[in-house]
Design a protein around this ligand. Structure first.
Ligand SMILES: *Cc1c(COP(=O)(O)O)cnc(C)c1O
Length: 242
């Protein structure tokens, strides 16, 4: 990978960042929320490390990746940058070892098997790994745990902690279908918040994070309580083919 980026591209990325930030600020204003209550996660999958470096130099700190191999390669290339990495893609159990401890937050915990494997790896590494549970929000979606299994997975995850090591359940994530209008995604966002509120009461834990909203619908997500929005296309432009 080439980490150099033209000045023109760097300027374009900076402009995109400013425009997404401005849209976030407006959505926060409409919802009566503080701007720093919503974290912008720049989704850099398929984009070159040079673009990530340029956006980091423009002030963006959190980056999300969906594929373990690609993510680890970019981390290695960008060790000098002040970046916090998030893992947002489907995670196979056999990749848990490579991922545990290398991401500030894993958004895509979706099975008991994966929870147990991440726990094992976090214990070995003597770390507390922050995680979100991804909830399946529609029949046509294959990612995420079914709502009927959410409580048992959350109870298990919350119990997977030993002497300060293991899993730290921080909240929920969803990836609703991409609709023509962001308003169509709004009920899914409101529903994820309700699920979180019920679960937090049940577990007696705050579960502060709601990871929801992407390029097409992040404003609606902010209005419905998102604390992390995951934005790729509005920041980097269309994803190149791999
Ligand atoms: C790719 C991806 C995004 C970003 O999507 P955009 O529409 O480009 O903003 C967000 N979340 C997940 C889980 C993704 O895989």
């Amino acid at each position: 990978m080439n980490t150099t980026t033209t000045t023109k591209r760097a300027e374009e990325l900076r402009r995109n960042l400013n425009s997404v930030r401005a849209r976030m600020a407006k959505a926060c204003g409409r919802a009566g929320r503080r701007e720093d209550d919503v974290l912008l996660l720049a989704v850099s999958k398929f984009h070159p490390a040079g673009d990530v470096a340029a956006l980091a130099q423009a002030g963006q700190r959190h980056f999300g990746e969906s594929y373990a191999q690609e993510a680890l390669a970019k981390q290695a290339e960008l060790v000098d940058q002040d970046i916090l990495w998030h893992f947002i893609g489907g995670l196979q159990t056999k990749k848990a070892k490579a991922v545990a401890g290398r991401f500030a937050l894993i958004h895509s915990l979706d099975s008991e098997k994966l929870a147990r494997e991440l726990f094992k790896r976090a214990k070995e590494a003597l770390i507390l790994q922050p995680v979100l549970i991804e909830v399946n929000m529609g029949e046509e979606q294959k990612a995420g745990v079914d709502e009927s299994d959410l409580i048992s997975l959350a109870e298990l995850t919350a119990s997977l902690k030993e002497r300060g090591c293991g899993l730290d359940l921080r909240g929920l994530m969803c990836l609703p279908p991409v609709f023509d209008s962001p308003e169509e995604a709004r009920p899914a966002f409101a529903y994820l918040r309700e699920l979180r509120d019920d679960l937090a009461a049940r577990l007696g834990a705050p579960l502060p994070e709601l990871s929801m909203g992407m390029t097409g619908d992040f404003e609606a997500a902010i209005e419905e309580g998102a604390t992390i929005i995951r934005v790729g296309t509005s920041l980097f432009g269309p994803r190149p083919a791999r």
